[in-house]
Design a protein around this ligand. Structure first.
Ligand SMILES: [Zn+2]
Length: 361
């Protein structure tokens, strides 16, 4: 062995142990959540499903750049379960890219603009959660079947999200986020949280409208949306509907995309305890969590058929190495090797476009 080879091997060993860990730093906490899920789901999932979930992310291969500054998934054993922290994460990252590409194509080809709408209702207790989501679905259908809404909305993406209130007392962060809500009730940081142990289902919606909509006589203002949502829900205790135009700036658009692409339940809430997991599970299983309608339905189909490739962002990285990671009880063991020239050509061609949004946590 020449001295040069020696140095090279030493360097690659350093890379695979130190930098490999860094590259996978987001996976390790998710593997911990997989363990929690497997524990909570013991009496719920079939033994087969349970086994697949437990093995999820145990073996992964990533393509990496020479300086290990970028990576992308090459192969992994994923379980595909909709409650799995690794699989829902990877779906959210892919959905964010798919939605972003579809929005860009629709904007250019159909001359559309976007509105971001959030539909909420007062929180409910666990026993009511399932029915409450059914109520949301029915009310949403009613709302979008209204003539004045149908006339202006050319398509929508709807995401169901459920949050859980796990704080017994009002935290500083909660207070800051909803100051008006607590002020109105004369509540302060540290007081009992009136929503403790309640659930909050809500819809995030991106709607496509004609450019002329904003100045047309068919324009629907915020208070009209609120009135309609109250009528459709048959619930006049609803006090607000959040509606805003999605500006064409990257920040505004990404904000809306992340809301519809991300998880239907946050990890620290979904896996908070056995009983809370079961409540989420019963309320969400079998449901369509994300829905595409109208122009969005058409363009998601086009995206999947590869017809929107020209709108995708190119991945400028050149991948030179393959990082193989195997889960060992509590951490990943990594090994790194150089790609052969044939592999480099083939894998870089496959990795031509960016397919996952790394901004999704
Ligand atoms: Zn999985």
């Amino acid at each position: 062995m020449t001295k040069n080879q020696d140095v090279k091997i030493a360097k690659s060993e350093l890379k695979s142990t130190e930098l490999g860990k860094y590259l996978l730093e987001k996976y390790t906490p998710k593997k911990d959540l997989v363990r929690k899920l497997a524990e909570y789901a013991k009496g719920i999932f079939t033994p087969n499903t349970l086994e697949r979930v437990q093995l999820c992310g145990d073996f992964m291969q990533h393509l990496t750049t020479f300086d290990m500054s970028a990576k992308r998934v090459h192969r992994s054993n994923s379980c595909g379960n909709r409650f799995c922290p690794i699989c829902t994460w990877s779906k959210a990252k892919k959905d964010a890219i798919m939605i972003s590409v579809a929005m860009q194509a629709i904007r250019e080809e159909k001359d559309q603009e976007y509105i971001f709408l959030t539909l909420t209702a007062p929180n409910v207790e666990s026993v009511k959660l399932k029915n409450e989501i059914d109520r949301f679905n029915k009310a949403f259908k009613k709302l979008f079947d209204r003539r004045n809404v149908k006339r202006v909305v050319n398509g929508y993406i709807r995401k169901l999200e459920v949050t859980y209130n796990k704080e017994r007392f009002i935290t500083e962060e909660m207070y800051k986020r909803a100051k008006g809500y607590f002020d109105k009730r004369e509540l302060d940081i540290g007081d009992n949280n009136p929503n403790y142990d309640t659930y909050h289902p809500h819809f995030h919606v991106i709607m496509a409208v004609n450019k002329s909509y904003f100045t047309s006589r068919d324009y629907i203002n915020q208070s009209q949306w609120l009135d309609m949502w109250r009528e459709c829900m048959d619930d006049f205790s609803i006090t607000q509907v959040d509606i805003r135009k999605v500006r064409s700036s990257e920040k505004s658009e990404n904000g809306a995309i992340l809301e519809v692409a991300k998880y239907s339940a946050k990890g620290d809430e979904l896996y908070h305890s056995q009983s809370i997991f079961e409540i989420f599970y019963r309320a969400l299983k079998g449901r369509q969590l994300i829905t595409f309608n109208g122009l969005f339905k058409d363009y998601i189909k086009k995206f999947k058929n590869g017809e929107l490739d020209k709108y995708k962002k190119q991945d400028e990285n050149e991948y030179t190495h393959l990082l193989t990671s195997v889960w060992q009880t509590s951490k990943y063991e990594n090994t790194l090797r150089e790609l052969t020239l044939e592999e480099m050509a083939e894998y870089n061609e496959k990795a031509k476009y960016i397919e996952e949004d790394e901004g999704v946590e």
